[in-house]
Design a protein around this ligand. Structure first.
Ligand SMILES: [Zn+2]
Length: 103
């Protein structure tokens, strides 16, 4: 991957930079991933982790997007199904106010 590759799949050239829907960041997109309505796998997973790993708390439009996993497109819904979120607070002795450690 170099600076001109799609930041979703890293296997096609980017055609420009645009915002990730619902996420406060912009990335380089390739034509195929734009056409597939695909977002980066790490964004799907980190969003899932940030809301405590309950996909039912995610909007339908978010779950209906695609992501790129092991060389193919998979719906965010299917990718997150049954996934155990990482403990994003692992290693922290004290958690931020209002945050409870996952089981
Ligand atoms: Zn792509």
């Amino acid at each position: 991957m170099d600076g001109n590759d799609c930041q979703v799949c890293a296997s096609e050239p980017s055609i420009g930079v645009a915002a990730v829907p619902g996420v406060p960041m912009s990335i380089a997109w390739g034509r195929r991933c734009l056409d597939e309505n695909a977002i980066p796998q790490w964004i799907a997973e980190s969003t899932h982790d940030q809301i405590g790993g309950d996909s039912a708390e995610l909007a339908e439009w978010f779950l209906d997007q695609q992501t790129w996993v092991d060389g193919k497109y998979v719906s965010v819904r299917d990718h997150l199904a049954g996934r155990v979120p990482e403990d994003i607070y692992a290693g922290m002795d004290e958690l931020p106010d209002g945050i409870e450690r996952a089981d």
